[in-house]
Design a protein around this ligand. Structure first.
Ligand code: AMP
Ligand code: MG
Length: 450
């Protein structure tokens, strides 16, 4: 059963929570995008070449288009002398006739005249413009790039599922694509909650803090290919939160909130969303234990009460992915805890994979490397620890030794409020649930995050 808002909470593992999220997320419907807007997008269907590439036989060298039989005996001591009857820069549409003893000066990329069967590079000539002396015999068919030797029209150039890079775009451009079918970038509404929050640049009175989570989350969304929609912050007030979610729901593909999900007296996110069927509960992780995920309901139901269990979360007792059908009804909402380090870790563990899946990516998890701990630290038993860490290459490592070392980024360890120290981390060390201490010299799994 999905743990219900009113049921006793049984902690789930990081992997269980992530699997349930990924089971509820479906890729955004493909759109035709202008080629220049598709870098980093996932291709939604195969792309075929509209034209042959090369589109015509063309010269691979600056030189002279010749009839092989005219120059077959040419040497530097006994050159062949030809009459230059045409000059063919790249782009020329000319197709000059070449009789015996005639040649056309030709530049790289220009179409080879039908009457020529090879190219003599300018380096093997005297460079003449009316008469030219050929100083070396070319091989038959030398230096001609033949029609369609890169790709033929209607052949597949790019296959569905690729994350488009610069070379892919060049291949699409060269083969005549103007638009490509891609999964679009998700627009992600980022909303902070907390009466203590002050927007960027504001001055702080006692008890107030800067809203750093909005900045952090917007940047994280952008880093993984989404379009952040900064909503700002709302105070811990149920009506205010409800209004802003309702207002933005039609404009975004997903929401990320921070704060207000634990067991405090003013935990407004939970108060508003749990009755709508959004799942809240502890996940066996540190930091980031209080998590929530579900859906802000589509139009009519927003603000009204909804039967718990109608969210996009699949039933944990059933096969994963069973709830995919309800994934389109509302707007997926990730409700993260408030502490900045928890926000970062939660984004890495749950939100980033989900936003990548919305973009059609199937490789949604970062790779991990094994690194040697150069400092020891403690880890809570029964919770998977994500320690902000510094990963360094080990120049002295031999073939059998780990190629990286790792240490906590802050002497404060994984303290979830250590937002300034978080900037020193380039990695997360991931310590399994059953490990209560990492000792100097231990091998630890680490993901690079920047
Ligand atoms: P909460 O989960 O709302 O109890 O928040 C936990 C901690 O995170 C508190 O110390 C908050 O002040 C802090 N916090 C919550 N939201 C933000 C935010 N947007 N930026 C920075 N810190 C925050
Ligand atoms: Mg709060």
């Amino acid at each position: 059963m999905v743990p219900r808002a009113d049921a006793p909470l049984s902690p789930i593992s990081v992997q269980e929570h992530r699997d349930r999220i990924l089971g509820a997320i479906t890729p955004l419907a493909p759109v035709e995008s202008r080629l220049e807007d598709t870098l980093g997008r996932v291709l939604a269907s195969d792309v075929a070449a509209a034209v042959d590439v090369p589109g015509f036989d063309n010269s691979a060298m600056d030189g002279y288009a010749v009839r092989h039989e005219d120059v077959v005996h040419a040497t530097s001591s006994s050159p062949a002398t030809l009459t230059v009857v045409a000059d063919l820069p790249a782009g020329s549409a000319e197709n000059p006739a070449l009789g015996p003893g005639q040649t056309a000066r030709i530049m790289t990329g220009a179409a080879v005249p039908d009457d020529a069967d090879c190219i003599v590079p300018v380096e093997d000539t005297d460079g003449g413009t009316t008469q030219v002396r050929i100083l070396r015999a070319p091989a038959p068919a030398a230096h001609i790039r033949r029609t369609g030797t890169d790709v033929r029209a209607s052949e597949t150039v790019l296959t569905a599922g690729r994350t488009l890079n610069s070379r892919d775009l060049a291949a699409a451009a060269a083969t005549g694509s103007r638009n490509l079918p891609v999964h679009p970038a998700p627009r992600v509404g980022v909303l902070s909650t907390g009466t203590e929050l002050v927007a960027l640049g504001g001055s702080l009175r006692r008890g107030q803090i800067h809203d750093s989570n909005s900045t952090l989350l917007a940047a994280l969304v952008a880093e993984c290919g989404g379009i952040p929609v900064q909503i700002g912050s709302v105070p811990d007030d149920e009506a205010a939160l409800r209004d802003v979610l309702r207002e933005y729901a039609t404009r975004v593909d997903a929401f990320i909130t921070s704060g207000g999900v634990s067991v405090g007296a003013y935990d407004v996110v939970k108060a508003v969303l749990a009755p709508l069927g959004v799942w809240f509960g502890p996940v066996r992780m540190q930091p980031g234990k209080p998590q929530g995920f579900g859906e802000w309901p589509g139009d009519d139901a927003s603000g009204a009460s909804r039967t718990p269990g109608e969210s996009g979360i699949s039933d944990s007792s059933g096969a994963s992915g069973t709830a995919g059908t309800s994934g389109t009804a509302g707007t997926p909402i990730f409700t993260l805890p408030g502490n900045p380090v928890s926000v970062f870790v939660s984004f890495e563990a749950f939100v980033r994979p989900a936003l990548l899946a919305m973009q059609g990516r199937t490789d949604v998890l970062r790779t991990t490397v094994q690194a040697v701990a150069t400092d020891g630290w403690r880890s809570p038993n029964g919770r998977m620890q994500f320690m902000p860490a510094v990963l360094d290459p080990r120049p002295e490592s031999g073939a059998s030794a780990a190629a990286f070392s790792v240490r906590p980024a802050s002497s404060g360890g994984s303290g979830s409020y250590l937002v300034a120290s978080l900037a020193r981390a380039n990695a997360l060390a991931i310590v399994p649930e059953e490990v209560s201490e990492v000792r100097e010299g231990d091998l630890v799994a680490v993901t690079l995050v920047s």
